[in-house]
Design a protein around this ligand. Structure first.
Ligand code: ADP
Ligand code: MG
Length: 319
């Protein structure tokens, strides 16, 4: 439809790549996958009011729509290359599209990612982004492969996005640096792409934390046919989260809050130190939070070793 909107998106996100033979403007893009590489492909949709709060700045929506997809490529250990964008807009709002495209482009530039096409339609504000990346054959990280005895680690800090959402939902939320940090983590998550690449050939399983640690580590357990034990006292939490929320709330956010886009992965114990050193150099770091055990599901223990949840599933707790 609206060619001027598509032109704006194309101009604001312009990125030359030799592997794009034909980008935005024709009926389909023409692309060259580098010889000897596998193509990793993912798509995620965000609906206003469901995946981001009404009132989120346009540039933040553009950033996040791409970030959540890059996070999927990161979890596979893939190098990002291209993206498709399907935009559904309530009206042809140029200011929104400009802001959106700028936020999207800001993150895309970091990875020299090219927007190669998409679709534009009218309706409830909904954004679908599909990303494509490259990975050497057989080297992709998957959810299967965690072995009994492996250590469980997570990059960065958990629970910030859930804390940020709580702040945004309070109409008169505080206007301090901690609150800003949490809202920034909600609206502009950092996909752990470099960490995913560093984990290739080392992590036995990997997933990005989009639905909350317990749910996502649970997916590793299911795919790997193992169980996991987590020590709640080891959960990495930011000082901003700990300043603004009490211990039980911040722990709950770290265990079951979504939208953090950190990587949760498993490695043989002999590899923990070297992996932690490498991820520290990359800036995000990685914290050991537990281990892989026989059985199924995720068990959480407090510092005295008491079980906070059963293996059959997560009981929302508040102690
Ligand atoms: P068609 O009817 O052939 O699908 P469109 O008018 O939908 O044509 O799109 C024209 C060109 O613009 C195509 O190359 C398409 O990939 C691209 N395009 C449309 N919408 C977007 C968008 N939101 N972001 C990026 N490219 C887009
Ligand atoms: Mg179309």
């Amino acid at each position: 439809m609206e060619f001027s909107l598509i032109d704006r998106i194309r101009d604001l996100t312009a990125q030359h790549r030799d592997d794009v033979r034909l980008g935005i403007g024709d009926d389909a893009a023409l692309l060259t996958v580098p010889p000897g590489q596998e193509l990793a492909v993912a798509i995620d949709t965000m609906v206003e009011g469901v995946h981001f709060p009404v009132g989120t700045p346009a540039a933040d929506i553009g950033w996040k729509a791409l970030a959540v997809n890059l996070s999927d490529l990161a979890a596979m250990g893939a190098t990002p290359a291209w993206a498709l964008l399907a935009l559904t807009l309530p009206n042809a709002d140029e200011a929104f599209v400009d802001g959106f495209a700028k936020g999207f482009a800001q993150l895309a530039q970091t990875y020299r990612l090219a927007l190669i096409g998409g679709d534009t339609t009218r309706g409830t504000l909904t954004i679908s982004v599909a990303v494509h990346g490259f990975v050497p054959p057989g080297k992709a990280l998957t959810r299967a492969g965690a072995q009994v005895g492996d250590a469980v680690l997570v990059t960065g800090a958990l629970g910030d996005a859930a804390g940020g959402l709580q702040c945004v939902q309070q109409k008169n939320h505080r206007d301090d640096t901690q609150t800003h940090h949490l809202i920034e983590r909600l609206n502009r998550p950092t996909p752990r792409v470099a960490a995913g690449l560093a984990l290739r050939g080392r992590a036995s399983a990997c997933i990005d934390v989009s639905d909350g640690l317990l749910a996502d580590l649970g997916h590793i357990c299911t795919a790997s046919h193992v169980g996991a034990e987590i020590d709640a006292a080891l959960l990495p939490r930011s000082s901003a989260l700990l300043d603004l929320f009490d211990e039980a709330t911040s722990r709950d956010f770290a265990l079951s809050g979504g939208d953090d886009y950190e990587l949760c992965f498993t490695v043989p114990v002999q590899q923990v130190a070297v992996v932690q050193a490498d991820l520290a150099k990359l800036g995000c770091g990685a914290t050991r939070i537990g281990c892989i055990v026989e059985g199924e599901g995720v068990t959480v223990r407090d510092c005295e070793g008491h079980r906070l949840s059963g293996r059959q599933g997560w009981d929302h707790f508040s102690a």
